[in-house]
Design a protein around this ligand. Sequence first.
Ligand SMILES: NC(=O)c1ccc[n+]([C@@H]2O[C@H](COP(=O)([O-])OP(=O)(O)OC[C@H]3O[C@@H](n4cnc5c(N)ncnc54)[C@H](OP(=O)(O)O)[C@@H]3O)[C@@H](O)[C@H]2O)c1
Length: 293
Amino acid sequence: MHVFITGGTGLIGSAVVAELLGNGHTVLALARSDASALAVEAAGATAIRGALADLDTLRDGVAQTDAVIHLAFGNDFSSPEALANAVAEESAALTTLGQALLGSGRPLVTVSGTPYVPGRVSTEADPLSTDGPVGGRARTVTTILELASRGVRTAAVRLPRTVHNEGKGGFAGLLTNIARQNGVSGYPGDGTQRWPAVHALDAAVLFRLALENAPAGSSWHAVDDEGDAVRDIAAVIGRRLGLPIESVPQETYGPLGPIFATDQPSSSASTREILGWKPTHPSLLDDLENIQP
Ligand SMILES: NC(=O)c1ccc[n+]([C@@H]2O[C@H](COP(=O)([O-])OP(=O)(O)OC[C@H]3O[C@@H](n4cnc5c(N)ncnc54)[C@H](OP(=O)(O)O)[C@@H]3O)[C@@H](O)[C@H]2O)c1
């Protein structure tokens, strides 16, 4: 397939581009800067210049291709307003992509997040959590999946809290950055809350499998580690950086504080069984050993 991708220069998107190109697909990648255009061309894709807010460019990308994978997100967690703006921008973009595909029967695979269910491990059958600062992302994905009834082969790949590569990325990557800034490898609460995780190269395989095989309206979990205790994540970060490991106030993490404090293990049993997905790359705690002081 000739695949239009947003976010193809990111930690996860660059792995998805490589996975697609390595498996017989070709890629048209949205690129919002010269540097991003150069990066996608160097990877073997074709660039289409524009940003998520350029809705005509998104329609153009859909018109030129057979399928769409959406990953771009302005990861600005600096304030509630910045985060709300990024959520609104993504919602408009994803809605535009879905509308452009109506009646085509073509695939639209969108990024999403694993849900949390109090007291148990979440599964692919659980609805997305629509509360909290990123609840708007979940509402948009739910609406997009409903386009299955209007001739779009929609699918959501739900990512865990940390998608990592070479010790970087996701919530664990944010913990590392904040530890460097504050001189303490912190965690909120008692640190027994668990976050699921996956290596970016394994997540990329699931995006390809969903693109190729997922039935319309389906959701999948790119989860390797069901749940790593946040205290254990902070312990590796602290040891690698030579910093003390301590509980810190939830407010340290800004608008993400409540999410950081939540126990949210997740399973991928159904995804592995139905799509034949099998992660092979290092777990989060092993990959964090790549952090350099
Ligand atoms: N990493 C994780 O642990 C994790 C976990 C759960 C969900 N996710 C989600 O997975 C997706 C990809 O994450 P990532 O870790 O790969 O992020 P990333 O490394 O920060 O990459 C973000 C990508 O989005 C692009 N982008 C951002 N804002 C854009 C805009 N306004 N217009 C066009 N492109 C824009 C970036 O382009 P430039 O290269 O030009 O900046 C880049 O390609 C995001 O939706 C993220 O929320 C990630």
